[in-house]
Design a protein around this ligand. Sequence first.
Ligand code: AMP
Length: 286
Amino acid sequence: MWTATTVEELRRLRASTPGSVALVPTMGALHAGHVSLFEAARADGHAVMVSIFVNPTQFGPNEDFDRYPRPLEQDLAACRHAGVTGVFRPTVDEIYPPGQLECLVTVPVLADILEGAHRPGHFAGVCRVVAKLFNLVQPDVAYFGQKDYQQLRIIEAMTQDLAMPVRIVGRPTVREPQGLAMSSRNAYLTAEQRRQALAIYRSLGKAKNLVEADRERDPSVVESAMQWVLRENGLQVDYAVVRDARALAPLQRIEPRGLDVVALVAARVGNVRLIDNMVLKPPMNT
Ligand code: AMP
């Protein structure tokens, strides 16, 4: 497995890689969710390139950029173990050379709601770095997790509208045995907070049950039930909503027309902010 820290090294190593190349962009602190993306890309027959870059432009001024975990040796071992071909782990100055004028790629509407409303500028930072990584690595395909559902939709929209020659593959969320979605930020949780955080998965399960088994059609009934589960367990709710699965627009009613809906949650346990989601399939009327 090669590693590159500069753009020059990366371009040289990329040029000498035959066959189709998959890119998996990450911020490191790798866990089984990331590894599932590497393995899927390998199983699909691609040479796998992983970027490890804690991207400052997607963090707000009061967010956790400085304390975000950076266990580099462990991360490289995980990549090696998963059969990754190469790791690109640039410095901030390599990606954003001082003095260089910034360019913004935005997907208005989709990027302004939910995570975008709570983290202004977040998706502009994500799109900027992903577009840049696509240009640097020139992958045939890129793998993203459904864990970051809104991010996946935005990346799909960006590549489609700007005709970027990269196919986007979304992969299911990997969870711990009791349902907590794997996240690098779970490392911030105490044992007690970890237990509390399970309410996020339970609130999504509640939504699934209401929509799929009870055939509830009123989004506000489902959303109230989700919020109740979260608050009862002491979580601060940023949002707990049911939206249409493509545009993430609010729904008047949950209609069983074969279109999926998605339940999305952002909640804080102490000062740790977690997100999760679950796609729901409203049953057809019989
Ligand atoms: P991050 O390092 O948090 O930027 O995530 C890098 C990629 O891994 C993104 O495409 C995430 O959606 C994906 N990812 C993060 N957590 C999980 C998970 N639990 N299951 C599947 N994919 C994940």
